[in-house]
Design a protein around this ligand. Structure first.
Ligand SMILES: Cc1cc2nc3c(=O)[nH]c(=O)nc-3n(C[C@H](O)[C@H](O)[C@H](O)COP(=O)(O)OP(=O)(O)OC[C@H]3O[C@@H](n4cnc5c(N)ncnc54)[C@H](O)[C@@H]3O)c2cc1C
Ligand SMILES: NC(=O)c1ccc[n+]([C@@H]2O[C@H](COP(=O)([O-])OP(=O)(O)OC[C@H]3O[C@@H](n4cnc5c(N)ncnc54)[C@H](O)[C@@H]3O)[C@@H](O)[C@H]2O)c1
Length: 558
């Protein structure tokens, strides 16, 4: 039994007890498998991130490392370089920029090919910075921030702020501010490449042979070629697909949608559903499974499902998109069907958004012609060192469809720079990769789900806590928080950590460090909490909620 510092009342740790006493201030192909999100924060820190913070020393100052560069530098028999570059990278997104600039810092001569800038990607448009910076993490998170104010205004009333109506929001002002920021970031990334002595070749990169890249008609040679072209949104082949938008367009809408249907139950679907719902729109989210976010911990999925509903999302679970039609008034009808074929029409949508997955952007790259093996989804098949079936051609990031997250692309790029330019064959480490879904509420996770842990260890202890965050006691918001630890009972090592609730991404990053270091539950129990916070719950859960032995539950909740 613990004592609540705020109230002095005794606090249990079983689900629900915290809601009474604990005075909290706050509240995927690759499922949340063991992942690591080391550099995401870097990417989010306005690319100043990727630029300044963890940047290697500039090219010139690291020239003494040239000895290592001999590893990649191809020397002809007379000692002169056989190729124009040591490495040509195609794609200046998260993975390409990271690999290129670290390779030059290790002494390699590198060129990076990238398409001209546009907000919306196409076969001929892209931009230095790539998906994360221009059409992904960054603009998405800016939209999350913009939308969150709506809840803040509502919540403030319970705290005594006088209600004079929710302030109106200017979509145009936000869109302009967001575009300005993306242009700044695009420029900052170009500077990063320049400062790192990476030569930028603007145009469409196509591989001609194992050592030659064509950039919009001009040919360049390199000892090694790096494919870092990322992915692109896909659309379901249903009637009316051409009427639908994807995440690219969703980030560039000229006006706030009053009603929108979002197809898909993954990261992008739930994040954009949350954004448009918080802005006050009517949002319908359609997914095939009984619950969204397949691959996440089942308890987390169920809890998140309930919370999304409490936040105001209309969810069409177990439904498949059938057709999208334009109404005479210009609005859209989306027809969805359950597994028995019963159809529902969701009418009067300003937009229907397809968030049903992304595919590797390999079209026109010439990969099949040069013998680079591709997988079922068109992904570039690589070995543990990111090497393709052609020994001089390598690939990192989303185009390889391993774990499609920015920090993972950064890690893969970094490892490859070491392999190629430093002569240190380095494998990316996919253990304990955390991730977050910036939905409403947000979800963050690191390590194994309960189901994965039971399958792996058989004997597992699960600690859960569900409570109403302190802020919501007065704000009146119905939103609750779930925190969960999964412990391998035999070793006491914490193998999974999950949270649904405010600030979960910020909290999870620290726990990712602990889990990666193989923290035990007993060690977590020695950690003093920060009070009042939601995060302290992770170090004060004492009562086991479920004991699982040999794969079977043996104890009910304590
Ligand atoms: C809406 C959305 C939100 C996301 N949010 C998050 C998030 O919050 N956190 C997170 O970790 N991840 C997030 N992601 C995933 C993340 O953006 C990707 O994992 C990451 O950008 C992958 O980096 P990459 O280097 O592999 O490819 P990209 O960043 O896509 O870069 C590839 C680059 O190659 C260029 N290119 C392509 N073909 C050619 C060619 N032939 N010639 C020249 N250039 C070419 C493209 O223009 C692009 O700039 C999000 C993705 C989306 C779509
Ligand atoms: N916060 C983050 O870290 C973040 C945010 C956005 C995207 N991402 C990355 O980008 C990747 C792509 O995101 P995503 O949301 O497009 O993909 P996803 O794989 O997470 O979700 C795709 C969704 O589409 C559904 N779907 C696929 N085919 C379908 C069909 N034929 N009919 C109906 N539904 C179908 C799937 O069931 C799933 O719910 C993610 O997997 C993730 O790696 C990460």
């Amino acid at each position: 039994m613990q004592t609540c510092l705020s109230t002095g009342r005794a606090a249990g740790t079983a689900a629900g007890a915290q809601g009474v006493c604990r005075m909290q201030t706050t509240g995927r192909s690759h499922a949340p498998v063991q992942r690591t999100l080391a550099g995401s924060a870097a990417a989010m820190r306005a690319s100043s991130s990727c630029s300044a913070a963890a940047a290697p020393k500039p090219f010139r100052s690291t020239r003494p490392r040239r000895a290592h560069a001999a590893v990649v530098r191809a020397e002809g028999g007379n000692g002169s370089s056989e190729y124009d570059y040591d490495i040509i990278t195609i794609g200046a997104g998260s993975g390409g920029v990271r690999a290129s600039r670290f390779a030059t810092s290790y002494g390699a001569k590198v060129a990076c090919v990238e398409l001209p800038f546009d907000y919306i990607s196409s076969d001929s448009k892209g931009g230095v910075g790539g998906t994360c910076v221009l059409r992904g993490c960054v603009p998405k998170k800016l939209m999350v921030y913009a939308s969150e104010y709506a809840d803040d205004f509502k919540d403030s009333v319970g705290f005594g702020w006088e209600e004079r109506g929710v302030p109106s929001h200017s979509w145009t002002t936000f869109l302009e501010a967001k575009r300005k920021e993306l242009q700044r970031l695009n420029g900052a990334y170009k500077n990063t490449l320049k400062n790192a002595s990476v030569e930028l070749l603007e145009g469409f990169g196509r591989i001609v042979d194992a050592h030659t890249v064509d950039v919009s008609g001009k040919r360049y040679t390199a000892k090694n070629i790096l494919i870092a072209v990322g992915g692109k949104p896909t659309k379901l082949p249903i009637p009316g697909a051409e009427l639908c938008i994807t995440s690219d367009e969703a980030l560039e809408l000229p006006a706030q949608p009053k009603k929108i249907t979002v197809l898909g139950g993954g990261y992008i679907a739930l994040e954009f559903s949350g954004i448009f719902q918080r802005f006050g729109g009517e949002v319908h989210t359609v997914f095939r499974q009984p619950m969204p976010l397949r691959g996440f911990d089942e308890e987390v999925r169920k809890f998140a499902f309930e919370q999304y509903a409490a936040a105001g999302l209309t969810m069409h679970a177990g439904h498949t998109p059938v057709e999208v039609r334009k109404q005479p008034n210009g609005l859209l009808t989306c027809v969805v069907a359950d597994k028995d074929g019963n159809q529902t029409e969701i009418t009067d949508n300003d937009h229907v958004m397809m968030a049903t997955g992304r595919s590797p952007k390999v079209g026109g790259l010439g990969l099949e012609e040069v013998g680079v093996a591709l997988g079922k989804k068109g992904e570039v098949v690589v070995n543990a060192y990111s090497q393709t079936s052609v020994p001089s051609i390598w690939a990192v990031g989303d185009v390889t469809d391993r774990i499609n997250l920015t920090p993972v692309a950064l890690m893969e790029g970094m490892a490859l720079a070491k392999t190629l330019a430093l002569g240190e064959p380095t494998k990316p480490d996919y253990d304990f990769v955390p991730s977050a879904v910036f939905s409403n509420p947000s979800i963050a996770t690191v390590g194994l789900t309960e189901e994965q842990a039971v399958a792996k260890y058989g004997d597992v202890d699960v600690y859960t806590s569900s409570f109403r965050p302190m802020r919501n006691t007065i704000s009146g918001s119905p939103m609750r928080t779930l925190m969960k630890l999964v412990v391998a009972a035999g070793s006491d090592v914490v193998v999974g950590c999950h949270m649904v609730g405010d600030d979960s991404a910020e909290i999870m990053q620290g726990f990712a460090v602990a889990l990666k270091m193989r923290v035990t539950k007993a060690q977590l129990d020695t950690v003093v909490g920060i009070h009042p916070s939601a995060a302290e719950e992770f170090v004060t859960m004492r009562s086991v909620s479920r004991r699982i032995r040999k794969g079977q539950p043996v104890t009910a909740a304590a």
